[in-house]
Design a protein around this ligand. Structure first.
Ligand SMILES: *Cc1c(COP(=O)(O)O)cnc(C)c1O
Length: 376
């Protein structure tokens, strides 16, 4: 049987489905010729705020800028420490270092891949000022434990929600909040392959505090409150009107996107559960999972062999992430506490399989059969 190429993420068929709406949204921006801070941006910021149940959304140029601007808004001083997980995308810690702050890396939970909240106490110092939990691969970190700890020690919390937009944190009483809306500031990315992706770079910052929101907006636009009145040092980081127009269409589909991803994950889970050599994703009771990635753990040093075996059949897979952040040369000066055992182990065991909203069942069957045949 011949089949079309299998991709990690397949954005083309999603665009084909939404094409009439997206194309007309793009055309409307072009016709209006208001490319910076145009009406579609204001509309999108309001729509996303509504969707998330948060007071303010500020569009920025990308997810990395979102994190940087969030940190800039918190009045931290050079040398202040910010706690981050050691197992995450580089951007989370990069911006901390860039601002002269110290990223303090903490190990993660072996099951959820998220920051291990039991370890926060062990890295606390008089210089600790903030925590940046990451909702990795699409499920929320333990926000209750993190927020309790942060309140107790007067720390700010910036949620890196780049991989979990649309996901929920579930409170003890069963109430649900959107990920990224519980800390002082939430940040996300609209990179094309993210769960809510635009057609280029994009990002956003969420918060409930009016004063903080105003400051964030100011910093993201050259530190100006009024044109040519510069109150603080800022950056030029805005979400293009064109991207906002595309996102306005895709935001309406975000819950459907999540549902499609969850279905793909269910099919993988059913197929892989019986295989003793791999562990399927574990979802915490306090979160749902929107599967930015579908990530297996492959033990006994078999991960790289499985990856190669899949590749022989033209099935892509990815290692997110292959190297602990503290072992990256750029971060070598920041970490003196030695290896973090869970992070070390995950870097050797994780393997993410193709996951997107348009997965054809025939393609997924091919992936599943190939994984099964490796272990048989
Ligand atoms: C994608 C991502 C970012 C950065 O977003 P960009 O838009 O690529 O700058 C930050 N943190 C995490 C966890 C991400 O996955």
């Amino acid at each position: 049987m011949s089949s079309s190429k299998i991709n990690m993420v397949d954005l083309k068929p999603q665009y084909e489905r939404l094409k009439p709406r997206i194309d007309s949204a793009i055309q409307e921006v072009i016709d209006g010729a208001s490319f910076i801070k145009g009406p579609a941006l204001r509309e999108f910021e309001a729509n996303l705020a509504d969707y998330l149940g948060v007071k303010h959304v500020i569009g920025v140029a990308n997810g990395t800028d979102a994190l940087q601007i969030a940190l800039m808004a918190l009045n931290l001083k050079p040398g202040d420490e910010v706690i981050v997980p050691a197992f995450t995308y580089v951007a989370t810690a990069e911006v901390i270092g860039l601002l002269g702050l110290i990223p303090v890396m903490v190990d993660v939970d072996i099951n959820t891949f998220n920051i291990d909240s039991d370890l926060l106490e062990s890295v606390l110092s008089s210089k600790t000022k903030a925590i940046v939990p990451v909702h990795l691969f699409g499920q929320s970190a333990n926000m209750k434990a993190i927020l309790d700890f942060a309140r107790k020690h007067n720390l700010k919390v910036i949620e890196d929600n780049a991989q979990a937009i649309g996901g929920n944190f579930i409170h003890n009483d069963g109430r649900e909040s959107k990920t990224g809306t519980l800390g002082d500031i939430g940040c996300t990315s609209f990179f094309p392959s993210k769960n809510l992706g635009c057609f280029g770079d994009g990002g956003a910052i969420f918060c409930n505090d009016d004063t903080l929101a105003e400051k964030i907006r100011m910093i993201s636009n050259h530190g100006q409150k009024k044109k040519y009145i510069h109150t603080v040092l800022g950056v030029n980081s805005r979400l293009d009107t064109l991207q906002a127009a595309i996102l306005n269409v895709k935001l309406q589909e975000l819950d459907d996107f999540a549902g499609r991803r969850q279905k793909v994950a269910e099919v993988y889970n059913e197929a892989f559960k019986p295989i003793s050599g791999i562990k399927i994703p574990v979802v915490s009771a306090f979160t749902n999972h929107v599967y930015h990635q579908y990530t297996l753990k492959v033990g006994n040093d078999k991960r790289d062999n499985l990856k190669a075996y899949l590749q022989e059949a033209n099935i892509p897979s990815m290692i997110y992430y292959p190297i602990p952040l503290y072992n990256q040369e750029a971060f070598s000066s920041y970490h003196s506490r030695g290896e973090l055992s869970v992070t070390e182990r995950l870097c050797k065991e994780v393997l993410s399989l193709p996951m997107h909203t348009e997965m054809a069942s025939g393609q997924q069957s091919l992936i599943i059969e190939r994984v099964k045949s490796f272990f048989s």
